[in-house]
Design a protein around this ligand. Structure first.
Ligand code: ADP
Ligand code: ZN
Ligand code: ZN
Length: 728
């Protein structure tokens, strides 16, 4: 037999399938060692066949199998082919997504512990030993027949020689058992709720028919309980489950709920695990010991078979899209797996992605609604505060008077407050602090990004550059400001105001170390009164029962981010953040501070009116021809040499223009330019930007790939990005 092998080499542009002579035991999906050039390297067997086109004298033989089991499932080999075609990826980059890096590097070994079984009656045996063999007699007294002990513990207590003697004489039998490093999680009691009629309707619908569902449920509507019921029922029928959550909402609570309900049946895969834990959890999944995978984005690749349900929580999160090599979109993968396994795929959110909601309306997804909170608890009231009028009234601080008033009340009543600093779009825009004016691109209607180094404003969609603002064109004021308020500033201000109250800070700076995130959340949960100040990290998923006040310090940050989705993202973030308040008995209140109180997004946010927001947003997208009505494509080039990168960009651009002429009705926009961030790590970046209609999208993308291949150059890296989340 001939084996088709993908060799696992980094830094190599060879991405070919190589033929090797298979061993008798070679199986598809196995990791093997093969001779390659002058060395031996690892590879993955992706197919077996009878004949090779390579002549016999050139064919080499597989040396040996690295593992005795197959590390890649047949499903994943198909998935690899799908991804290679769809995203223009290298085989090996896909395969690397499917196995933990710990496996490939071979630096994590299974944790093996040695035990001894007591197979003969120790009491009988002790009668036969000399009276002065004290250790042996003590050991025999201690042991009970048919029990198992950790060998190390016995040698420590009763000496090595005593234990060895009993092993030699057949009283003890050595067994080696592989241990699983199972990640800790906070314990909680199993708290299974009786489903509300709404939850039950959603659960039944999902179980009844294999389809793709969009579960649109407001914050606090009990989506988690729906997920767990669906999974429980699936597992009971012998099928397995994948549950994805964004990395940041892998909160201790979610983990604890799943552990409490499903015990060791759930494997957890996320970046916070130690290498050993990740390796063991992955193996538990591969060997079918865990039936449920709970994890962040990459858990979609978990080697779980017979999948009966895939759930993607907070489906609007951009973290489901991988923006660096290998680039992929988790939904495509989830969809592939749900089709392969003939199972349902559930996307869920309180603020669905505009694109997903449109698909639900079009009937491509089935829409399921959970329109109210559990027990009909009211949504917290959102009060919009005009910060410009605060300034006019002499309050130039970062907190409005009403926020200070509500905070005082919250602290006196020994409740908890969360202060949200919106750091999305920190890349900074300019703003007139007198009238609130923000400069936008004259062509694209998106906010311009202030590039401090060059002191220029740039449009990230068309590349147009503008002078930095010094005088407001609207009110002629010179009070122009850029930059944003940071978490630190807010924390220190709060300390001044309430020196006695515990104040926790959560952002990228304070959560670098393992478990820091969980520790802060735990401390906050158990302190009353207390204030938690944080970025996006605190906005989502958390279920704190005592939070009565949510302060949104500068809501506009994400509103003026330079992308067409910025309004959508603002709606989503603030709705999610507001959803943290008033989740239990005490009522919640949200203070939203803004310089643009009349912006339509805020009006809809304050009324929790997703549908009207959706309609408005969709009509804007239609007029400007942005997604979901088109697809944005970016061909990104980077190289150490400006000359070469410019040359390659030009060559590709010429070809793409020809492609555009061929598909003249499909192209809405096409241009080539320097990337907004023109240099990263000393590599010069150029890009070709396109917006195309959907009709011939797949065809056009495949042709783009061909153009890339045609102009491949070892000195230039080239990527096609489909609807990139950022255009820096
Ligand atoms: P969501 O994810 O939709 O924001 P959660 O799943 O966090 O909402 O649920 C909100 C709260 O309601 C949680 O504290 C949860 O324990 C509780 N809950 C969920 N379902 C029920 C139910 N059927 N009966 C009573 N309480 C429930
Ligand atoms: Zn102005
Ligand atoms: Zn523009």
């Amino acid at each position: 037999m001939i084996a088709e092998v993908i060799v696992d080499i980094t830094n190599c542009t060879v991405d070919k399938v190589f033929d090797y002579i298979a061993l008798d035991t070679t199986k598809v999906g196995q990791r093997v060692m093969v001779p390659f050039g002058k060395r031996n390297i690892q590879g993955f067997v992706i197919a077996l066949k009878q004949y090779s086109d390579v002549s016999d004298d050139k064919l080499k033989k597989i040396l040996y199998a690295v593992d005795e089991y197959q590390v890649i499932l047949p499903e994943h080999i198909e998935l690899m082919h799908f991804m290679v075609k769809k995203y223009h990826l290298r085989f090996v980059d896909c395969l690397r997504l499917f196995v933990p890096s710990e496996l490939r590097s071979n630096d994590v070994k299974p944790l093996i512990k040695t035990y001894v079984n007591v197979s003969k009656n120790p009491e009988e045996y002790s009668k036969s030993v000399r009276k002065n063999a004290k250790n042996i007699i003590a050991l025999c007294d201690y042991l009970e027949v048919n029990k198992r002990y950790l060998k190390n513990a016995l040698t420590k207590e009763f000496s090595q020689s005593a234990v060895n003697k009993l092993i030699d004489d057949g009283v003890l039998e050595v067994v080696e058992i592989q241990q699983h490093r199972i990640p800790d999680s906070y314990k909680t009691d199993e708290n299974k709720h009786i489903l509300t009629p709404m939850q039950k309707r959603a659960t039944d619908a999902i179980l009844k028919k294999n389809d793709t569902y969009l579960l649109f449920g407001v914050t606090g509507s009990g989506k988690t309980e729906v997920y767990m019921s669906v999974i429980e029922k699936m597992v009971a029928t012998g099928r397995n489950a994948i549950m994805l959550v964004p990395e940041i909402s892998l909160t201790p609570q979610v983990l604890a709920h799943f552990r409490a309900r499903f015990g060791d049946n759930v494997a957890i895969l996320h970046s916070g695990l130690s290498a050993g834990e990740r390796f063991d959890e992955w193996r538990r999944v591969l060997f079918g010991e865990a039936k449920i995978v709970l994890g962040a984005r990459s858990a979609i690749f978990a080697p779980i078979q017979n999948v009966g349900i895939i759930i993607i929580d907070e489906e609007h999160e951009t973290s489901y899209i991988s923006e660096s090599n290998p680039r992929y979109n988790t939904f495509d993968i989830a969809k592939f797996r749900s089709v392969y396994n003939k199972c349902s795929l559930v996307l869920a959110s309180a603020t669905p992605d505009i694109d997903s909601y449109q698909k639900a309306i079009n009937g491509e997804y089935k829409l399921l609604n959970l329109p109210t909170r559990i027990n009909d608890k009211p949504m917290p009231k959102i009060q919009i505060v005009d910060m410009l009028s605060e300034i006019r009234n002499g309050n130039t601080g970062m907190f409005s008077n009403v926020l200070l008033f509500e905070l005082d009340k919250c602290i006196k009543e020994k409740h908890q407050a969360m202060f949200f600093i919106n750091r999305r779009g920190y890349s900074s825009f300019m703003r007139c602090t007198n009238c609130g004016y923000i400069p936008k691109c004259s062509d694209c209607d998106v906010t311009l990004v202030y590039h401090k180094k060059e002191n220029k404003l740039k449009c990230h969609y068309c590349g147009k550059r503008f002078k930095a603002l010094t005088i407001c064109p609207n009110c002629k004021s010179t009070t122009i400001r850029n930059g944003a308020i940071g978490t630190e500033q807010v924390v220190s201000k709060l300390h001044e105001l309430y020196p006695e109250v515990p104040i926790f800070q959560m952002d990228n700076d304070t959560t670098r170390t393992k478990n820091a995130y969980q520790k802060i959340l735990f401390q906050f949960r158990t302190s009353k009164p207390a204030i938690l100040v944080g970025t996006q990290m605190i906005a989502k998923g958390h279920d704190f029962s005592d939070v009565t006040l949510v302060g949104i310090i500068d809501a506009d940050q994400s509103l003026y981010h330079s992308d067409y989705k910025s309004t959508e993202k603002t709606f989503e973030l603030i709705t999610q953040m507001a959803g943290r308040a008033g989740r239990d008995k005490a009522e919640g209140k949200v203070i939203l501070q803004t310089y643009a109180p009349k912006h339509y997004a805020y009006r809809y946010i304050a009324n929790y009116d997703y549908k009207s927001f959706f309609d408005k947003e969709l009509s804007i997208r239609k007029n400007t021809m942005f997604p979901p009505f088109t697809t944005i494509l970016r061909l990104l080039f980077s190289s150490q040499s400006e000359e070469i990168v410019r040359e390659i960009t030009k060559l590709c651009y010429t070809d793409i223009k020809r492609l555009r002429d061929e598909y003249i009705d499909d192209f809405v926009y096409l241009d080539a330019m320097k990337s907004p961030i023109a240099k990263i790590k000393n590599k010069i970046r150029y890009q070709i930007l396109m917006r195309i209609k959907h009709k011939n999208e797949d065809e056009i993308i495949q042709k783009l790939y061909e153009i890339c291949d045609r102009h491949e150059n070892a000195k230039v890296s080239m990527f096609v990005e489909i609807n990139p989340q950022n255009l820096n």
